[in-house]
Ligand binder design. Structure first.
Ligand code: HEM
Length: 156
């Protein structure tokens, strides 16, 4: 029971970091940076995104280890015994992770290279692509949090 409590606390904290970070980036930092001159704005995101994405990698590792860890040890009947909310959470969670891996190794690497070589127009277009993917993940994340947090109320 102590392990489940600790693991699911880590799970909730990882969720907080990833989804909270996306909400902050979208609703707070982006509008605040909108009026900045393009090179400055790109430079800001060039510094912000690597730091945030490091936290996202840590969150993903924590979510997977804690989520699958408790199931592996038989929490709520294990892999086959849990409610449908756990299946839904896994599906949306794995889609979020796949989106992030694509974002990290595709547009994010291109963005960094374009900012570093001062190709501002192309860098801005790539930043727009990153924003779209983060928006999709933010919506999926909010949905997944609601499912994960309330599933026990409706699935049992
Ligand atoms: C992808 C693999 C994942 C697995 C295997 C997994 C597994 C679990 C399990 C077993 C629980 C406990 C549910 C219960 O008590 O009935 C849980 C809870 C929860 N999950 Fe996930 N989860 C995953 C991904 C995610 C993601 C990506 C998010 C959010 C972005 C998320 C958010 C939550 C929340 C908010 C809770 C309720 C609080 C807590 O118990 O920590 N999960 N998850």
């Amino acid at each position: 029971m102590l392990f489940y409590t600790l693991a699911l606390s880590v799970h909730a904290l990882a969720t907080l970091v990833w989804v909270g970070g996306m909400i902050f980036a979208h609703f707070v930092l982006r509008p605040a940076a909108m009026d900045m001159a393009l090179p400055l704005r790109l430079g800001l995101w060039r510094r912000v995104l690597p730091r945030f994405f490091t936290l996202v990698w840590a969150s993903i590792a924590a979510l997977l280890i804690s989520g699958y860890g408790v199931l592996f040890l038989g929490y709520r009947g294990g892999f086959t015994g849990g409610g449908i909310h756990i299946d839904i959470m896994q599906i949306t969670g794995l889609i979020m992770i796949a989106n992030f891996i694509y974002l990290f190794f595709g547009p994010f690497q291109a963005f960094k290279a374009r900012v570093d070589t001062e190709e501002h127009t192309k860098a801005a277009a790539t930043l727009g692509r990153i924003r779209q993917i983060v928006l999709v993940n933010m919506i999926l994340g909010v949905f997944t949090v609601a499912i994960g947090a309330t599933g026990t109320l409706w699935a049992y």
